[in-house]
Write a protein that binds this ligand. Structure first.
Ligand SMILES: O=c1ccn([C@@H]2O[C@H](COP(=O)(O)O)[C@@H](O)[C@H]2O)c(=O)[nH]1
Length: 225
């Protein structure tokens, strides 16, 4: 993996705008996270265009379906050679095992535990009467048992999960610089806090992409790490 742990979440609708943004900040990030918004709009072509920039690609597709379908989707993105791909850990053991088996040798498959936009109330709303912390711990254990490389969790849980999964690979979104706006994120920490707690990858989107000066924002986050 790269030296700089920051993966920029490229959540911008136009391909040209995305390329322009990434070119501006590419010296201050370690990789690109392309999510549903980007993949639905630009597909394989868009990923190829972004890969030309030369940074590792994280496909945050959060796959969640029956095992056969998820394995087939994994095979279809093989050709894009992503460094990291996400599946939902709540898809269960068989789905995660098949996803990992179908992924390329150089692709890390990580399980999304509890979205960083969720708090206790949101979890309860979908019928889960555990705290985000308890649920993330449980799904981290299941991800490990299913043979995944690591998980996605918030900075609130990564320290505890890291203690139990020493060689795990931990992706942490929901990051906000000290005075950053949380927006829809509910379990936030600063990039430095996440790194100190054991995050392998720091996913950062709007604090850079929506900043008045994305280059200055990326530089100032880098300086805190
Ligand atoms: O639990 C999760 C899983 C994924 N994400 C994704 O990370 C970025 C965060 O963007 P910000 O603008 O920095 O909030 C976004 O692409 C999400 O889809 C997440 O936030 N939480």
């Amino acid at each position: 993996m790269t030296h700089n742990p920051v993966f920029l979440a490229v959540d911008v609708p136009r391909l040209e705008t995305a390329i322009d943004l990434v070119q501006k900040v590419s010296g201050h990030i370690g990789g690109l996270k392309l999510g549903l918004e980007f993949f639905c709009a630009h597909g394989h072509h868009g990923v190829h265009e972004m890969a030309k920039i030369g940074l590792p690609i994280f496909l945050d597709l959060k796959l969640h379906d029956i095992p056969n379908t998820v394995a087939a989707a994994m095979q279809s993105i093989h050709v894009l050679e992503p460094a990291i791909v996400t599946v939902h850990a709540s898809g269960g053991r068989a789905m995660m095992e098949d996803a990992k088996a179908a992924a390329g040798e150089n692709t890390k498959v990580v399980g999304v535990t509890v979205l960083t936009s969720f708090d206790d109330k949101d979890l309860s709303g979908v019928g889960i009467d555990h705290s985000p912390y308890e649920q993330a711990m449980r799904l981290a254990e299941l991800s490990k048992a299913s043979g995944l490389d690591g998980i996605v969790c918030s900075g609130h849980e990564v320290g505890a999960i890291h203690k139990q999964w020493k060689d795990g690979f931990f992706v942490v979104p929901g990051l906000r610089p000290a005075k950053g706006k949380a927006g829809d994120q509910k379990r936030t920490v600063t990039p430095r806090e996440a790194r100190d707690a054991g995050a392998s990858v720091l996913v950062i989107g709007r604090p850079i992409s929506r900043a008045e000066n994305p280059l200055a924002a990326a530089r100032s986050i880098e300086a805190t790490l």
